[in-house]
Design a protein around this ligand. Structure first.
Ligand code: SF4
Length: 327
């Protein structure tokens, strides 16, 4: 088993900005660990899934995931400037995976237009910021024209991994009259928020977007309270309110990144003790099977002999990891 076998299975790309952050003298470098392929990715554990949060089960048409009545995911692209080794959509993103064609995008927008209950559209993917400002503007304007979509949330790693792509033109294409635009910036280690990333985030703020963060809790990258606290403070300093701290999903070939729920709960407790309210993220798990995100806390998590029981937003309890052969 070699790195070439990994690259045949999963997309690999490292941007110049990320390459510059990697310390080649450190075999445990937390930036390298996130982006450079590892033969450990060829190990698939029984509980791992090709579609860990069941996007497909909630996709009425190509490019849309409609899990909750008032919001949809719009996946316009399936490419990213980097490919994170722990990505929960790793089987769906990469060269040749195809984004939406113009007519498929028109159909996805028509789906949103025809459902007045949709209040929020979350652009995710793939990374929507790899679209040109012209195409981003088309999407923003089409959503604003619906009249009922009030919020567009752009999930992106570009401000960190390719900050030069966040031009004033791109930033201004995210907003339109009648719409409030939010950007959820994905970063997992404080070193990712250097001067260029912070300048990109400032350009987004100046263009009128509101900013939140998202982070994946990853073994060997940020699974200690010092690193996490420093990252959350860096987000606040850059002007992004910490939002989600994700427990890693059960994507195939990612077990070397996963920590246990108990460890995650302990880290979340330690963060609460150390950080001001402004810097607190919400520790969440996206339940396998498409049951949505759950805040991981004592109300929603019970330890069992085989793992945990976790309560979803509808009050139903689920085994985690899911039982492979339920009795
Ligand atoms: S940027 Fe997001 S979608 Fe792209 S590889 Fe990383 S985690 Fe996956």
């Amino acid at each position: 088993m070699t790195i070439q076998d990994v690259a045949r299975k999963y997309a690999v790309a490292v941007s110049p900005a990320i390459r510059a952050l990697i310390d080649p003298t450190d075999p445990a470098d937390p930036i390298a660990r996130q982006f450079l392929p590892d033969v450990a990715e060829l190990t698939v554990t029984p509980e791992e899934l090709a579609d860990p949060i069941a996007d497909e089960a909630h996709a009425p048409i190509k490019g849309i995931v409609h899990r909750h009545p008032d919001r949809v995911l719009l996946k316009a692209v399936n490419a990213c400037p980097v490919y994170c080794r722990f990505c929960f959509r790793r089987e769906m993103v990469g060269p040749g995976k195809g984004g939406l064609t113009p007519s498929e995008l028109a159909d996805a927008l028509a789906y949103i237009r025809s459902r007045p209950e949709i209040w929020e559209v979350i652009l995710t993917g793939g990374d929507p910021f790899i679209l040109s400002p012209r195409r981003i503007r088309q999407i923003t304007d089409a959503l604003a024209e619906t009249g009922h979509v009030k919020i567009i949330r752009w999930h992106s790693r570009v401000p960190v991994v390719e900050p030069e792509r966040v031009t004033d033109e791109l930033a201004s294409a995210l907003t339109a009259p009648g719409i409030t635009s939010w950007v959820a910036i994905h970063a997992n280690h404080p070193r990712e928020l250097g001067p260029d990333a912070r300048a990109a985030i400032t350009r987004l703020a100046k263009a009128g977007t509101s900013l939140v963060s998202q982070t994946v809790l990853l073994k060997g990258v940020n699974d200690d309270v010092r690193t996490l606290a420093s990252l959350m403070r860096a987000f606040v300093e850059a002007g992004a309110k910490p939002y989600y701290l994700h427990h890693p999903d059960l994507a195939r070939g990612t077990s070397h990144f996963r920590i246990g729920i108990e460890e995650g709960l302990a880290l979340a407790r330690d963060l609460r003790a150390q950080l001001s309210g402004l810097a607190q993220p919400l520790y969440v798990l996206d339940l396998p099977g498409g049951f949505g995100k759950v805040p991981l806390d004592s109300q929603n998590v019970v330890k069992t002999e085989t793992g945990h029981r976790i309560r979803d937003f509808a009050g139903e309890w689920h085994d985690y990891p899911p039982l492979l052969h339920p009795a």
